[in-house]
Design a protein around this ligand. Structure first.
Ligand SMILES: [Ca+2]
Ligand SMILES: [Ca+2]
Length: 468
């Protein structure tokens, strides 16, 4: 596969980069880089569910700029993270889905952590940052990589009776200390307290609220089942969708199983409970930072890897191009740059994270990274912003989001268009309205002209359920 933007590094180049920049490193801020797996807009600030309780995420958001119209580059763990960390879109790398191996491309690309390491940062990674690569532990990618922590709940299965692998939820009779993300937080706080001559890039990848939604019972008790509200939905929502969209919604899959098993309210409870557990860990991490010598001078970049459906459009999980699947949590605090407690409504996507982190870090942005930096918006969240957000799910399927509209085009030419000004839940597909042809044409300009084929899987099997 030809990758014109590929940056191949030699150890000599790395060494010279390192020594050239090590002396400057003391002027570069520490960066706490927090990834969250599968968190959609169910936070107080984004308002995705009225019962979501995220006081600690709120506390973090109060320190900086929160993007309310931020979107992943791909609605699945592997391609979303590969795009964010490489600065390259799925149609540039061929990493479109969880089944497309990212190892080869990532190991030949100047990823964000590799770049910061080469620029003199102490790059530490723990939990889930990428979607599981053997190369994560390599000396030229991280100063130190600790990976996933063992967690309670490993021997639990099929609590909800649906018998669909880890599409499962229920309370654990376990201690919070036994959860992997609790141990990850402990590790991260420990790192924040270690002195280092080099600036710190500390990447903390939380695994929750990814499935299965097993967290200690106390978190479920925060959301009594008899008070649970379902997300807003319309029974006839699929009636105005083209065939490619209905196929992506797959109503006969998870949704049919959830309804058949009477699990919808319990699923909502499980997701809310797991978000609440995650939020507690964010709180512990913030407290740990505030008590550390790095308090007050550390930039914080927090992102979730994509959204999540819980029955809207009879769809579950990510793997789709609607607002619930592509909208993410993105909040950035950079001392001396970001105003406190500020919302930015500009449409942004995750190709902007790499160049933004480079600017915050005071290092150059590699030439292969083409996404626009968010720095103008961090300095002034109402600054002019001419860009749109683009999300890709499989070759040929894309969603374009601007401040008002979402335009979806599938590989077979099927289309959807939603006007968020009058229809924030995307119930009315107005793609066939002739008055809006100009809107479609304008948004279609963001679609790629060329898309590379998916990375060959070399006979490797996809994950058990294709879901990670
Ligand atoms: Ca994910
Ligand atoms: Ca509809």
């Amino acid at each position: 596969m030809k990758l014109p933007l590929l940056v191949v590094l030699t150890s000599g180049m790395l060494a010279s980069l390192f020594f050239a920049s090590a002396s400057r490193a003391a002027d570069h801020p520490d960066i706490l880089f927090i990834a969250i797996d599968d968190l959609n807009d169910w936070t107080s600030a984004l308002g995705g569910h009225p019962q979501a309780k995220t006081p600690n995420l709120d506390r973090l958001m109060a320190r900086g700029v929160t993007f309310t119209n931020a979107h992943c580059a791909a609605p699945a763990c592997n391609p979303s993270r590969a795009a964010l960390m490489s600065g390259l879109r799925p149609f540039e790398t061929g990493i479109y889905t969880n089944g497309d191996p990212a190892q080869g491309v990532m190991s030949e690309t100047l990823t964000l952590n590799r770049h910061l390491l080469a620029e003199g940062y102490r790059a530490l990674g723990g939990g889930k940052i990428y979607h599981g690569f053997a190369s994560e532990g390599r000396k030229d990618t991280w100063t130190e990589w600790v990976g996933l922590f063992p967690t309670a709940g490993k021997n639990v299965s099929n609590v909800n009776g649906l018998n669909k692998d880890h599409f499962d939820w229920g309370p654990l009779d376990a201690k919070t200390e036994d959860m992997g993300d609790t141990k990850l937080t402990d590790w991260a706080i420990d790192q924040l307290n270690q002195p280092s001559e080099q600036p710190l890039f500390l990447a903390v990848g939380y695994v929750k609220p990814h499935l299965p939604w097993y967290v200690p019972r106390e978190y479920f008790e925060r959301f009594p089942l008899d008070q649970i509200e379902l997300p807003a939905f319309r029974d006839d929502d699929l009636d105005d969708l083209p065939p490619a969209a209905v196929k992506m919604a797959k109503p006969e899959g998870d949704h049919a199983a959830v309804i058949e098993g009477d699990q919808w309210h319990k699923a909502v409870q499980g997701y809310l409970a797991t978000i609440s557990y995650l939020d507690d860990q964010i709180g512990r991490l913030l407290d740990g930072l505030d008590k550390s010598p790095r308090a007050g001078k550390t930039a914080i970049v927090l992102w979730s890897d994509h959204g999540w459906h819980l029955g809207e459009k009879q769809h579950w999980r990510k793997f789709a191009l609607w607002e619930e699947a592509t909208r993410t949590v993105l909040t950035i605090t950079a001392p001396g740059i970001t105003p406190a407690d500020t919302i930015c409504q500009a449409p942004v996507d995750y190709l902007s994270i790499y160049p933004t982190v480079c600017e915050i870090a005071g290092v150059s942005t590699p030439s292969h990274v083409k996404g626009p930096s968010l720095m103008p918006l961090l300095e002034d969240p109402t600054a002019p912003w001419e860009h749109v957000a683009l999300c890709t799910h499989g070759k040929g399927n894309h969603a374009v989001r601007d401040a008002r509209y979402r335009y979806i085009r599938y590989a077979n030419g099927d289309e959807e268009l939603y006007d968020h000004e009058s229809d924030p839940m995307e119930y009315e597909n107005v793609a066939t309205d002739p008055k809006l042809a100009g809107v479609k044409d304008r948004l279609a300009l963001a679609l790629p002209k060329k898309e590379v084929p998916p990375v060959p899987s070399k006979g490797k099997k996809k994950g058990k359920s294709g879901e990670e």
